[in-house]
Ligand binder design. Structure first.
Ligand SMILES: NC(=O)c1ccc[n+]([C@@H]2O[C@H](COP(=O)([O-])OP(=O)(O)OC[C@H]3O[C@@H](n4cnc5c(N)ncnc54)[C@H](O)[C@@H]3O)[C@@H](O)[C@H]2O)c1
Length: 252
């Protein structure tokens, strides 16, 4: 088992990629803190993991709220005694709205969930991980929208570019001079529940996406394997990297 005895906090772990990462980490021996805003779905994931012999606890945590983030991080310590892996996975989309049509509310919401949440969680986690002899690992689930201009609206693309910048800064400071490695994943299209939130795509934003072509669709479990690699010792010298997992979408 690649994560035996390690403790992982995963945000947005009640659905999609977060859920797949939680299941795979538990299978690989990790103690998992399943954090999300969807209480019922949290219970489902925790029950599934524990009934398969894994170790998991759920915590209701909105990554936007500092007190929730603190509680989520403390849950790892109080339940399992350490925090070795943080996966900043929770994220939301923006209907591909281009900058001319972005409301302040949409912009602020996307930045809060996709960028400020991961920052708050990383800040709390690093202050624990740096004090541990074994350090820790931070994995940020970004997007190809964090590398290219048209895979989301202005707010989504800017927030994911920001998340990749945050990843590199953590890597170049704590990964180089401290004990915490950080890397990002940039998935292309993945079959999750996030698609259901694209309720009224912007015509202009969608035209720009169409011009880039549509992505092949991954299973969430395929991205979870990348998150396992980045959490495990298999990637011990990988730091500050962004691993694209898009089935070749952006190679075209
Ligand atoms: N699905 C894709 O095609 C795709 C592609 C690239 C990147 N991503 C990114 O992957 C990540 C996971 O998305 P997914 O596709 O699995 O989506 P999903 O909607 O299936 O799951 C996201 C989970 O995050 C939770 N969440 C939302 N806001 C939250 C908050 N404020 N605090 C805590 N939890 C919150 C939701 O309740 C949900 O359980 C996101 O960051 C997303 O931007 C998705």
């Amino acid at each position: 088992m690649k994560l035996a005895g390690k403790t992982a906090v995963i945000t947005g772990a009640a659905s999609g990629m977060g859920k797949a990462i939680a299941q795979l980490y538990a299978k690989e021996g990790a103690n998992v803190v399943v954090a999300d805003i969807n209480n019922e779905a949290i219970d489902g994931v925790v029950n599934e993991i524990t009934s398969n012999g894994g170790k998991a606890v759920g915590v209701l945590a909105n990554v936007v709220k500092q007190e929730d983030v603190d509680n989520m991080i403390n849950t790892a310590i109080t339940s399992f005694g350490s925090l070795d892996i943080l996966v900043n996975n929770a994220g939301i989309m923006d209907n591909f709205v281009p900058v001319g049509d972005v409301s302040d509310e949409l912009w602020d919401r996307l930045m809060a969930v996709n960028l400020t949440g991961p920052f708050k969680a990383a800040r709390s986690a690093i202050n624990i991980m740096e004090k541990q002899e074994t350090g820790g690992v931070i994995i940020n689930n970004a997007s190809v929208g964090g590398l290219f201009g048209t895979r989301g609206g202005a707010a989504y693309v800017a927030s994911k570019h920001g998340l990749i910048g945050l990843t590199k800064n953590i890597a170049a400071t704590y990964g180089t001079f401290g004990k915490v490695r950080a890397n990002a994943i940039a998935p292309g299209g993945v079959k999750t529940n996030i698609g259901a939130t694209i309720t009224a795509p912007s015509e202009l934003g969608f035209k720009a996406l169409e011009a880039a072509g549509f992505s092949p669709m991954a299973e969430a479990s395929q991205i979870a394997q990348v998150a396992l690699f980045l959490a495990s010792e298999d990637s011990s010298f990988v730091n500050g990297d962004v691993i694209k997992a898009d089935g070749g979408w952006t190679a075209r």
